[in-house]
Design a binder for this molecule. Sequence first.
Ligand code: XMP
Length: 329
Amino acid sequence: DWKMQDVMDEEIKTIQSMVGPDEHVICALSGGVDSTVAATLVHKAIGDRLHCVFVDNGLLRYKERERVMSTFESDLHLPVTCVDASEQFLSQLKGVEDPEQKRKIIGREFIAVFDAFAQKLEQEIGKRPEYLVQGTLYPDVIESCPPPGSGRTHSHTIKSHHNVGGLPKDMKLKLIEPLKLLFKDEVRKLGSILNVPESFLKRHPFPGPGLAVRVLGDVTAGNALETLRQVDEIFVQAIKDAGLYDTIWQAFAVFLPVQTVGVQGDQRTHSNAVTLRAITSEDGMTADWYYFDRDFLVDVVNKICNNVRGINRVCYDITSKPPATVEWE
Ligand code: XMP
């Protein structure tokens, strides 16, 4: 792909001229396509002056931290430090119900973790990193705050993506966002030129604020996060087993803070509802819901109700974007 080869060469030059010869850079790796490709690109440009960090914010999917850390090591050969900041994030989110508020808090806490990481590095290498790499894509920018002259018509924020509109104004680190003008399919092409393994490039997108935008309302209430992890894992695993993972743009579960009446055995239950969402899309800007076979859905719903405590009702979201968005918050 010649166009992507050019984009890569251009970006490498830009990064090299932006970052001085003895300056250091940190990169937040999420385990997703965007940050992995961004890190690999910056690593190619400046080598081991790049320091990657993976933040466990307590809002990750089932076993995500273990899975991501082991693949970084075995497949990517990028040195990554894992920071467990789950207590910090969850304590700040306690009792917060407003979706935009949650996004802003998460953006702010991420930056606090990166600042602390930069400070720790300064003690180790004698130089404070000045830059932060983020895998921001064009659609993130458009939906958070359309750039002037972009010709885009959104006149106000749809959602403050945690890495764009959610960033604090007083942040010290300067941003490097090499993917800012690209769409997801272009990032996947760039990643394949950079030899990022297929297993990474094919991963479904996952929002930076993580499960916080998939547990509606207060994320810390009851056992919501743990319950959601189990439901989500059953759903996504079933999609993989059915060979549908690559056809679907994104598939996930959402925890609803709603209790409904059910019956199990001959017992009345009063438990939570979840909804499943699976979509097809080109770029995340618009989306269609995915039409599963009846048998597939019956099977998944049975697995969820039989295996996950506290769930007695499963819905399937058949709303496109627009009028809905992909995430529920
Ligand atoms: P929405 O819900 O805005 O989602 O229709 C469009 C795509 O963006 C992802 N998403 C995010 N990604 N930070 C991210 O990195 C965010 O704050 C964020 N919010 C939504 C979403 O999963 C979908 O792929």
